[in-house]
Design a protein around this ligand. Structure first.
Ligand code: DGL
Length: 276
């Protein structure tokens, strides 16, 4: 049976478990949609990698997702968005893409102190997407940046409650607090999973911005615009796939977004992804 355009899956990917923070919102806002989630965990973290590497991985994943019939692609990774989103849109002009960009705009609009903190990977800060967002929306606002070295690895390792995780965050946030930050932006999709610790460190007066709800809303707008929204009387279904260890991802998906599921293994073959 040929599946109609409305009921093709949404494709969503990240270097690892970060994109689960976006997937959770997409499922909450659009529960009828089917989806495929890909975690490229053999290559995580993307943040310190070269532009060429991240571009190659992103293109390979998107090719695979389109081969599986994805009707819309969410690049649920700030790093991959910074490096590859413009190229992907150029390469596939008919495919709707949703990407991540650090939520500097709402932070700049909301700040009273005029000092905003952004936590993101080195590749995100180096990308044109970040500089053009700052240029457009944050003139006159002081932006303090931190790459939180090691934090993605801690989250991938399921070590949220580990003292090192808190140390990394304290090291990033204490100097920001000393300079009067009152908005902190999660510029990496892994970081929303440590928001409870961030809140403990920064206190109630500082707003912590997770872009996932806005990103999911944008996905919904594109589904409407392209006339692709699922319309049926059952809940959507999804599949998780990883280039890393499926058992490890199964455990993390259970811990981070409370879904008990089976994860399938994907392997890289040159620049292409294949099922094992
Ligand atoms: N979750 C990613 C991001 O939003 C990638 C982190 C990484 O792999 O370095 O940037």
């Amino acid at each position: 049976m040929k599946i109609n355009k409305y009921h093709r899956p949404i494709g969503i990917f990240d270097s690892g478990v970060g994109g689960l923070s976006v997937l959770e919102e997409v499922r909450r806002q659009y529960p009828l949609e089917d989806w495929i989630y890909i975690a490229d965990q053999i290559h995580v973290p993307y943040g310190p990698r070269s532009r060429e590497e991240v571009l190659g991985y992103s293109e390979g994943i998107v090719r695979y997702l389109l081969g599986k019939g994805a009707k819309l692609i969410i690049v649920a990774c700030n790093t991959a968005s910074a490096v590859a989103l413009a190229e992907l849109r150029k390469k596939y002009p008919d495919v709707p893409f949703v990407g991540m960009e650090p939520a500097v705009k709402p932070a700049a609009e909301g700040t009273s102190s005029g000092v905003v903190g952004v936590l993101a990977t080195p590749a995100t800060f180096q990308g044109d997407l970040y500089s053009s967002t700052v240029e457009k929306f944050a003139r006159g606002v002081e932006i303090l940046k931190d790459t939180c070295p090691g934090l993605v690895g801690q989250i991938e390792g399921g070590k949220i409650d580990d003292p090192l995780t808190r140390n990394i965050l304290e090291k990033a946030l204490t100097p920001m607090l000393e300079k009067g930050v009152d908005e902190v932006v999660m510029g990496c999709t892994h970081y929303p999973f440590v928001i409870p610790i961030i809140r403990e460190i920064v206190g109630k007066e500082v707003r912590v911005i997770d872009p996932a709800p806005a990103v999911a809303r944008q996905a919904g707008r594109l589904l409407e615009t392209f006339d692709l929204k699922a319309d049926r009387d059952r809940e959507g279904e999804g599949h998780f796939q990883t280039t890393g260890d499926p058992g490890k991802l199964e455990k993390l998906v259970g811990e981070l977004i409370e879904i008990q599921t089976e994860v399938n293994k994907l392997v890289w073959d040159g620049g292409n992804l294949q099922e094992e």
